[in-house]
Design a protein around this ligand. Structure first.
Ligand SMILES: C[S@@+](CC[C@H](N)C(=O)[O-])C[C@H]1O[C@@H](n2cnc3c(N)ncnc32)[C@H](O)[C@@H]1O
Length: 221
């Protein structure tokens, strides 16, 4: 198995690196469906980095308990710091998401913001299948990701930009994935169905809300 990337060195600077490159856009993506998540009680947040989504979720939803999973010790520390007094509602798990087995049965929220792009399509598929086992019929999965839209903008802007980002993360963290996974295929095949989608910056960024597909409905191609 590929070595997990090491984001420890980036934990302190991550927020500022993001502000300098994408301004407010990644945060808009992360928070796009917060209103829909107010009823969630047991959330699994994977690869939330310094934890800005987790902090906001805890603030907006006073009943939610969060399991935060990350392979970076420093990112998990930053996540707890960012949550402040609300960190008492977080349980952290320092682990590689590709190997971790959820202990919380009855998860009603899964959140992965700019995390699935650290995995291959095969790895996302395996993760989604494992998470589906712990999901309930009302579980939602919020995803934020980069995307390459069709047309000239995709070819001339999005594709080179994403290639450059992967190269930067390879140098900074040792990430050894170089292309976006097909997370839609992986989630779909694991039994989730895309319920809502918003795009930003001409389709370079997407926010998605997935739901569990009732077993009676066949997997869509
Ligand atoms: C690109 S950062 C995204 C951070 C944050 N979610 C955001 O919205 O910006 C990826 C995060 O996933 C974590 N990560 C990467 N690969 C991982 C793996 N295999 N298992 C667990 N965490 C991983 C990194 O440590 C980092 O915190």
């Amino acid at each position: 198995m590929r070595k997990a990337p090491n984001f420890n060195r980036l934990a302190g600077a991550y927020r500022w690196m993001e502000r300098l490159t994408f301004g407010p856009w990644l945060s808009r993506c992360r928070f796009a469906f917060l209103d829909e998540l107010r009823a969630s009680r047991n959330a699994l947040v994977i690869g939330d980095g310094d934890g800005r989504f987790t902090a906001r979720l805890l603030k907006e939803n006073p009943s939610v308990l969060v399991d935060a999973l990350d392979s970076s010790r420093n990112m998990l520390r930053a996540l707890l710091d960012n949550a402040g007094i609300r960190s008492s509602r977080i349980r952290v798990h320092l682990a590689d998401a590709r190997l971790w087995k959820p202990q919380v049965l009855a998860l009603d929220l899964i959140a992965t913001h700019f995390f699935l792009d650290c995995l291959t399509t095969k790895e996302v598929a395996a993760l989604a299948k494992r998470l589906r086992v712990s999901a309930r019929p009302d579980t939602r999965w919020v995803v934020s990701e980069f995307a390459i839209p069709k047309g000239w903008f995709g070819w001339l802007v999005a594709r080179p930009l994403i290639t450059a980002l992967y190269f930067a993360f390879f140098l900074l963290t040792g990430l050894s994935v170089f292309r976006l996974p097909n997370h839609r295929k992986a989630l779909n095949e694991a039994g989730f169905a895309l319920a809502q989608q918003r795009t930003w910056l001409g389709g370079l960024l997407v926010s998605e809300l997935w739901k569990v597909r009732p077993p009676a409905q066949d997997a869509q191609p």
